[in-house]
Design a protein around this ligand. Structure first.
Ligand code: PBG
Length: 326
């Protein structure tokens, strides 16, 4: 009891604070999302994501080389598909010479040890901008998961280390795992977006890929953000179906979900600090209203404290610089 117990003793100097610090951030924890576009010599800034770019394969080589030198060792690939290649079934997603497949090969050639993760979902390929096949205004579950499994296989064949289904169809992890096993891809992992909420924080990402839903919203497949318990149902099911890593998305507004899961499961948990979160940080920083580096660091530590061991974040390159300072 006070004054025998003075909590400030453990805060008195940086040395004692370092000694008792519970959570740490390292570049080893980070996954870098990358946006790839068709063409050559294009590196265009995404308007709602300052300092973040869509790039063609030639610039992708430079980017991953730079990331590797900085100490960033995993990337998550997304592609922007030209309008005329889009259809209801996402046919282009299965093209062995499609942009995603080429991007995987490009990264692996430029930087063989870079861990390559790929987004598995129909929305960038869908003429409706939905994550599934549309029939009379409905998003079909079972027909979609068959295509997702083929898409995952195609990424594995191109050399992806992990496939990351971000669609929220029921049963898709099992379907993907079974097909990968049947085709001999025992080592290809699955990072499942298992608790992915129907969120308004994805706006800038949909600008980046031109993938906003053409009608309606994604509430019949992505989770309802009023709910907590179903995150556990979704995630435990994905683990049973074969997910190696599970993910909560968006990030900072969903720390309670990360904590719930951390208390219940042993599978590694990833957090996704999404595009809208990045946009907010950048906008406030541009106004001079927040100290960008300090707030980024504080938020990423919050993910670790909540129980995430991995973080997908658009700030990864900034973190390489920030960690040099702290
Ligand atoms: C597509 C997908 C989305 C994101 C990752 N994969 C958008 C969506 O579900 O509409 C969002 C990522 C971000 O906002 O940074 N299935």
């Amino acid at each position: 009891m006070y004054p025998l117990k003075r909590n400030r003793r453990l805060r008195n100097t940086q040395s004692i604070r370092s000694l008792v610090q519970e959570n740490h951030l390292s570049l080893d924890d980070l996954i870098v999302p990358l946006f790839v576009v068709e063409g050559a010599k294009i590196k265009e800034e995404i308007p709602s994501m300052p300092d973040y770019y869509r790039m063609t394969l030639d610039f992708l080589v430079d980017e991953v080389t730079e990331l590797w030198k900085l100490g960033l060792k995993s990337v998550l690939l997304f592609v922007k598909v030209p309008e005329l290649l889009k259809d209801n079934k996402g046919t282009e997603a299965l093209n062995p010479k499609g942009l995603m497949q080429l991007a995987i090969k490009t990264v692996k050639k430029a930087c063989p040890e870079m861990l390559v993760m790929t987004d598995v979902a129909l929305d960038p390929y869908s003429s409706f901008g939905h994550d599934g096949i549309v029939e009379e205004g409905e998003i079909l579950n079972d027909a979609t998961k068959e295509i997702l499994a083929k898409m995952a296989l195609s990424h594995a064949q191109a050399g992806a280390d992990f496939v990351a289904p971000s669609d929220m169809m029921d049963g898709r992890v099992e379907q993907i795992r079974e097909l990968l096993e049947a085709e001999g891809f025992h080592h290809t992992g699955i990072l499942s977006y298992s608790a992915k909420y129907a969120s308004s924080f994805y706006g800038p990402f949909r600008d980046a890929l031109d993938s906003a839903p053409g009608f309606g919203d994604k509430k019949t497949y992505q989770m309802d953000f009023h709910n907590r318990k179903e995150a556990i149902t979704e995630t435990t099911l994905d683990i049973e179906e074969g997910a190696d890593i599970v993910m909560v998305k968006p990030g900072i507004a969903y720390l309670d979900i990360i904590r719930d899961l951390a208390e219940q499961i042993e599978t590694p948990i990833a957090a996704y600090q999404v595009s809208g979160e990045y946009a907010m940080l950048k906008a406030a920083a541009a106004k001079g209203w927040i100290d960008y580096d300090a707030v980024v660091y504080e938020q990423l530590i919050a993910f670790k404290r909540a129980g995430a061991s991995l973080i997908a974040t658009y700030t990864a390159k900034d973190v390489a610089r920030i960690l040099d300072k702290v």
